[in-house]
Design a protein around this ligand. Structure first.
Ligand code: FE
Length: 368
């Protein structure tokens, strides 16, 4: 091109020369651009991203045991674990927004309803692993394996050992009767733990009975709901109420607290598993979903296999006092002392299906 330009130069005026220069410059820019664009699209396929020793998690769990488990996984496999923490709903929105370019490989959260929301929103894909199927009972996995349970949690009745005998306790329904007027403690209805508890009653007994129960609880409260689950146990020991509805793993955390006052609280309360003769104790689940556009799918599946393995499962129980999903995992002494219990048989997806109704009921009956 330059040769042709030089040979023609004598026959051109300055105006033409400038125009020619501009067209050559533009052509050069265009060619360079095309070459580099081809280079850009070519390089990632030359080095497949699945070869990266990394797995990226978007997590709504906020427990120390999780970080410990990820470190162990990296030590065993050399696969680095990156975690973005956030609220479950926000993380689901983020993954939807990021679409195919999301860096997320796994979505980890608590609550069966939320896990089902993630599935319904189309951000997950089925996990294919016979290892996982062998480690996690079908009832603790999504029907299409789009999410896999990592741990379960029981929402029980905790009582003052001084003022209440376990024989006085029986069911969640009983807590709504007149005999517990002014004695029941439970956190706010804004807590997903309570929303899913009520959703489970809607699934088991229907909307009408569930509403009567919520009405009875709201009428029997010892005080307006405040604080988290641990604060309900503290209020029982402080004599504000006699019984509290809370998750068992918080009792474990109180027992193992660095704060001696919290240990004293744990020593003064008893744990009661309600509805053993009827529908069973309310159980919720925490789990991991495989992201549809995961770029490190193999590593992500490996991490779920690790987290549902016996050793990791025992750590969920011994460090965070959650119940293992793997039946072979060892229980710590505290869980053993509470004993095995009959759990509700409810499809976890129903917690999501009935969430709106549960919230409406709680608002209606004045459960703040
Ligand atoms: Fe919690």
């Amino acid at each position: 091109m330059i040769m042709i330009f030089i040979t023609n130069m004598r026959s051109m005026n300055w105006n033409m020369i400038i125009r020619k220069f501009v067209s050559i410059a533009l052509a050069t820019v265009l060619i360079t651009g095309l070459v580099s664009a081809c280079g850009n699209t070519a390089s990632p396929s030359a080095a497949p991203e699945s070869a990266d020793k990394v797995v990226n998690i978007y997590s709504a769990r906020h427990y120390d045991v999780d970080a410990k488990l990820y470190t162990q996984f990296t030590q065993e496999t050399g696969i680095k674990v990156n975690v973005v923490e956030g609220k479950a709903e926000e993380l689901i929105e983020k993954i939807k927004r990021e679409g195919k370019s999301t860096p997320a490989d796994l979505f980890i959260t608590v609550d069966g309803g939320v896990l089902n929301n993630a599935k319904q929103s189309g951000i997950l894909q089925p996990v294919e692993s016979s290892v996982i199927e062998g480690q996690v009972p079908a009832a603790l996995r999504d029907t299409d394996n789009q999410w896999i349970g990592l741990s379960t949690r029981a929402r029980v009745i905790v009582f003052s050992k001084d003022r209440v005998k376990p024989e006085q306790l029986s069911t969640y329904e009983d807590l709504a009767s007149d005999k517990w007027k002014g004695k029941v403690l439970v956190r706010s209805s804004t807590s997903m733990y309570n929303q899913s508890l009520l959703a489970s009653f809607i699934a088991l007994d229907g909307e009408e009975k569930a509403e009567l129960w919520a009405q009875g609880i709201a009428a029997n409260l010892a005080r307006d709901p405040e604080g988290g689950d641990r604060d309900q146990a503290k209020a029982v020991v402080a004599g504000i109420g006699d019984v509290a509805i809370m998750n068992t793993y918080y009792v474990g955390q109180l027992f193992n607290s660095d704060d001696s006052e919290e240990v004293k609280v744990a020593e003064q309360i008893g744990v009661f598993f309600p509805n053993q003769e009827t529908t069973g104790t309310h159980r919720n689940i925490s789990g991991a979903g495989l992201i549809k556009h995961s770029r490190n799918k193999e590593n992500a599946v490996k991490l779920i296999e690790f987290l549902t393995g016996e050793k990791a499962q025992a750590l969920f129980a011994s460090e965070n006092f959650e119940y293992p999903v793997n039946e072979k995992a060892e229980w710590p002494e505290l869980l053993k002392s509470w004993g095995a219990f009959k759990a509700q048989e409810v499809d976890f997806a129903e917690f999501g299906d009935y969430n709106k109704t549960a919230v409406q009921i709680m608002n209606k009956v004045g459960w703040k």
